[in-house]
Design a protein around this ligand. Structure first.
Ligand SMILES: [Zn+2]
Length: 189
């Protein structure tokens, strides 16, 4: 029976490279994969890129995308679905992915941030933490050597940002992955 997986982490813990490695492993065995990533605009195709240089083409989902329909009407059907930026899934889309595992018997592996720059769960992450069959933490590292679990948002000068929208278009250079202690210290500085 297929399962729904959620690999969660802070920024820069290697989520995309882990996804692309899984994609490679499936395809090396002659299996078909279907890759998805979040679109913050209206593009329907994009790339999943990892910091170590790997990349692959991916379908883009928006809040309107019905992932159950899109995957089940693919011909041939994929053997596995891999979803990057899974923190941006809606609760409904997380359940669509669960249905793919349960009713279409297609394994679904999601990769995403656990929390935002204020330490709050993203909607997609909250849903997946609630319903995934298997939760796997990918470990990033704080500058002190402890596990990084928090994502500090910084401005152009590198100072901590404490308010604003949950998602801001901008690069990964606006975030620093920290352990909780150093996250709190940065916010109080
Ligand atoms: Zn630290």
């Amino acid at each position: 029976m297929a399962r729904l997986y959620f690999y969660y982490a802070s920024m820069n813990a290697g989520k995309s490279s882990t996804l692309l490695q899984a994609d490679f492993n499936y395809r090396e065995r002659g299996m078909r994969t279907m890759l998805w990533t979040a679109s913050l605009d209206t593009r329907s195709q994009s790339k999943i890129r990892s910091r170590i240089g790997l990349e692959a083409d991916a379908h883009c989902y928006t809040p309107e995308t019905d992932l159950w329909s899109e995957v089940t009407r693919a011909d041939p059907a994929p053997d596995c679905v891999l979803v990057d930026e899974a923190q941006f899934l809606s609760r409904e889309q997380a359940w669509q992915l669960a249905r793919l595992a349960d009713e279409a018997d297609i394994p679904v592996v999601c990769y995403g941030l656990r929390t935002d720059f204020q330490g709050e769960l993203f909607p997609g992450s909250a849903a997946l933490l609630g319903i995934a069959d298997k939760l796997v933490e990918l470990k990033g590292v704080c500058h002190c050597g402890r596990k990084a679990t928090m994502n500090l948002r910084v401005d152009k000068a590198g100072d901590a940002v404490t308010t604003g929208a949950q998602t801001e278009i901008g690069g990964n250079d606006r975030y620093v992955a920290l352990c909780r202690r150093h996250f709190v210290e940065a916010l109080e500085a």
